[in-house]
Every structure is written in C-alpha cells, then in structure tokens.
Design a protein around this ligand. Sequence first.
Ligand code: SIN
Length: 560
Amino acid sequence: MARRFLTGFDPDKLDLVQTDFLVVGSGIAGLFTSLKASDYGAVTVLTKQGTRDSNTDLAQGGIAVALDEQDSPGLHQEDTLLAGAGLCDASVVEILVNEGPARVGELIRMGADFDKVEGSIIFTREAAHSHARIIHASDATGNEIQRTLVQQCQQTANITVFENIVVLDILTNHQGRCIGVLGIDRLTGRLALYLARITVLATGGAGRLYQHTTNPSIATGDGVAAAYRAGCRLMDLEFVQFHPTALCLAHAPRFLISEAVRGEGGVLINERGERFMPRYHDRAELAPRDVVARAIWQERQEGNVYLDATHLGAERVRRRFPSITRNCLAYGIDIATQPIPVAPAAHYTMGGIKTDRWGRTTLPGLYACGEAACNGVHGANRLASNSLLDGMVFGDRIVRSCMEVWKDTPFWERKHIAVGENTEEKEAEQVQGWSPEDGYQSLPERGILPFTTEAIEELVEVKATICGLQKVMWDQVGLVRNASGLARAVNWLVTAEKQLPLEIKEVVQAETANLVLLGRLVATAAWLRRESRGAHYRTDYPASREQEWRQHIVIQKQIH
Ligand code: SIN
C-alpha cells in the first residue's frame, strides 16, 4: 500500500542544501543535538513551523533529574522502571538517570533559569516519583528551555535554521544508506533536497492521531512515518500515553493541566464531590499516569471529574501556576477558587523509530532522538517529566557516537540519490517480537486481522481526513481498547489509505497520509498485544501476561 515516497521527484530539478549534520525538528531534542553537533561541523536545522513552535515549548511540569542530595540516580531508575511496567530497557534507563544531571548542568550554563529558593534549585513531586525531583520554571518550564536553546542556536555561527520545512521522505543512496531528506516548504509547496553526512530525526510524536490531545497541530508523526517508508524498524507503537488531566470544556482546546498541580496537593473529585483516587491506588492522585487516566475515564462514565486545588490557597496557586491560571481564566475558570473540569487527552507516544543507546536507527546514517525515537527508556508508560531529559541525553549521545565517523562520510550529491520507481509497493508490515535479552523472535500470537467492510459501517464515514481519523482513533484505539474496536479501526484505516492521493502536493496531504499510516500501525500493534500493560489497556485482556508479552512489538515495512 505505502509507496517508498509520498511524491515522485527529479533530483536534478530541485534546490539543494548540503551540510555536515542535518537535524529535523526544533524541540529540545533537535536543538540540543544541534548545539552539540555545532562543535564539530556545519549544522542545518529544518523546522516545520517557527523555531519556537514545538511540543517542548508547551511542556509545563519540568525535568526529572536526581540533583537533590537526598535523591540518587538509582532511585530515579527504580521509579522509571516501575512506571514502564516491565518494558523499559534497564541499561538504557541507567544511561538516562546517570547522564541526565550533566546534561541539565549544561542547560543551566546555557542560561535556563529554574525556580530557586535562596539561590538553590527547588524540586516538585510528580506522579510515580518516590522523591521530589522535578526542576521547573513555574508552570512554563518548556517555554524557558525553548527560549534558552533558540537563543543559543541564534548565537552559534555553525547553525542555520530553515523554518516552515516539513520532512516528506528520507533519501538513501544505492547502498541503502541515509543521505538526507526530501523537504517541502509549507508556505510555497516547493520541494528541496537536504543532503547531509549525518541525519538526525527529532520530529516529535503524533498526538494529533487523536481527537483530544495536549499536542500542537504540528505533532503529526512526519519523521516516524518517513522512517517507516524508508525501511526503518518502529517499536512500541501501541503505547500511547494519555495525560490524565487536560482542561475539559466544550469549545476549549484540551489544554494541559500539569501533573505538578497534583504534585503540589491538588485532588481529583467526581460529580458527587467525592475524592476517588484512594479507591484506585495507594498513591492516590500520584499513582502512575495510566492508572490515574483510566480512573478518571471510569468516573466520567457517571459525570464530570474535577481537579481541585482551591484548598492550596489562592496566592500560592496563582504564583506557582501562572500559565494554567491565565489559560483557565480565559475560559471562565478561576483555578484558585473553582475546581477545574478535566479529562484525559493523548499526550505522548512512547513508541517510535527503534534506536540503540547511541540513537542509531536500523538505517545506516540515520539517527533519531526525543519523542520520535524509541530507545527503550520509557517502556509501556513514560514516567512524568522524563521526556525532556531523554531528548538531551540521547541527542548528546548521537553526537558523541558520530564524532569518529562523520568526517569519513562523503559529502553527498544529487547523483547519489536512489530514486527508483515510485510505484505502488505491495506492502505488508513484518511484525516481530524483540527484547534486549533475546533479540528478535516471533510473537506469541500473530493472528490475522479480520477484514470486513461491514465492520466499519457503524464508524464515521470512511473519508481520508484528519478529523475522521482522529475520531476513529479516539473511539477505538484510545484509553480503553478491545479486539473488535481495534479490528474495525484497522479496517477503516486500510480503506482510508486507499483514498490518499498518489502524488502529495501540499503539507496537509502529507500530514493526512502520515497519520493514516501511523494510525494503522498503532491500531495493528494494539490489536496484536493481547494483554494490558502500562498505557495499553484492553477490556478483553485486562491482565498483564508476563510469560508471553514481556517483549516489544517491532514493525517494519516488508515489500513483496
Ligand atoms: C505535566 O506537566 O504534567 C507534563 C509533564 C510530562 O509530560 O512529563
């Protein structure tokens, strides 16, 4: 079904940019990697919108890092493994928690200003952390980080940023090595070639797969979909994190209400005014994110759910959470005096492009970090505030791993690009199990997805539009799943895929194609995993099946 490229192109007719390091994406992972790489060579950054538009910029809570004297990387590791529900790669987590403090130190030296009392950084607690270890800049930590990194990049002569460029596809040479990307200008629709010795995808996640999400409109998984079309392995796609508390008001976007509100003492109450979380978990509001999200989903079957911070004192609430205060006030809610109506929303994709601990994908020359990557650090459920740290730690490791090799890589030219025939490839995904201990293996139950057109009739009309897809994904591949809903979603997505234009001419078509592809892969992986684990919950298999399913699902395009 999927073609190798979203559109045909003639390399001799397109504009060409050549660079040492090409970084796609301008969130924390992309910009941190770029700054590190700029010590060695020329860096070109492609960003889908403006340099400041990213999921990082919207991050509220902070960065989890063991800096407090009472804390330790070992405790941070334990909490990460526990939240990851048996699917974290412990050795990768060890890297995260041990290298994290040095990377945060570098960020601070670049100028990021985290909240302090009497000159010392202060820490807040978030769900599933045994220690208060989240450093923050009030409730706009991501914004402070983005400001710092953008400023640093602007002051670095070796870094050139191209705004409004969307990655369409990965370019490879005749030996199957990545040599850059094909990009499209979102304003003019013009295609261009970006060739590089080293290419890094830091394109973020795909929260826009869902009707309700905390993610910005640019989070359409473009890099992950392009990597799949180029033959990369993807991993853990079924694990989508739903943040428990997004603002839930008709006509308001699902604005994130940070977990830090619960960390500072906010409680969840149902329609009857009852505090319900102690009934679900002994850590109550600070239980792992998946547990809190499902509890809210359950309570919402009988009415609204609210996050109540009014008992914390108006002055404290407004000082600690100025952005949340401002955003809620815009919709008529004063969080200092009124409980906030909340509901879960898609927030983070644990799955992505499979990488090793040096950020290497399965395609030579192509690296990935941040939310686009899946290196095993988050397992089935990411621990709160670990994502910003992940972006820096593994971005830095990519540059360290390339230090020796990048100069031996030739400067690629147009003639090296393997274009081939962009004909319809009869493609099916090859699905395998994988674990760090046993490597690749077959899955316990492969099964064959039932394809019936009847099955999709009750769903919204099959029309390959982002809105239609988001409703199907929310209803059938959301927080609570079962076999029949997942099979119907796959059928809907397969049908929608057939309606996509053969030649993509504009960005919205590319985004639709990418979301339809990723939606199908997420739904397929969720259908295959016949158990519940971390963020993946199935009513037909409500328990974890340790013997069979303590392994990852890895998907790769297979061409017949
Ligand atoms: C939050 O502030 O609740 C989000 C933090 C995260 O996604 O880790």
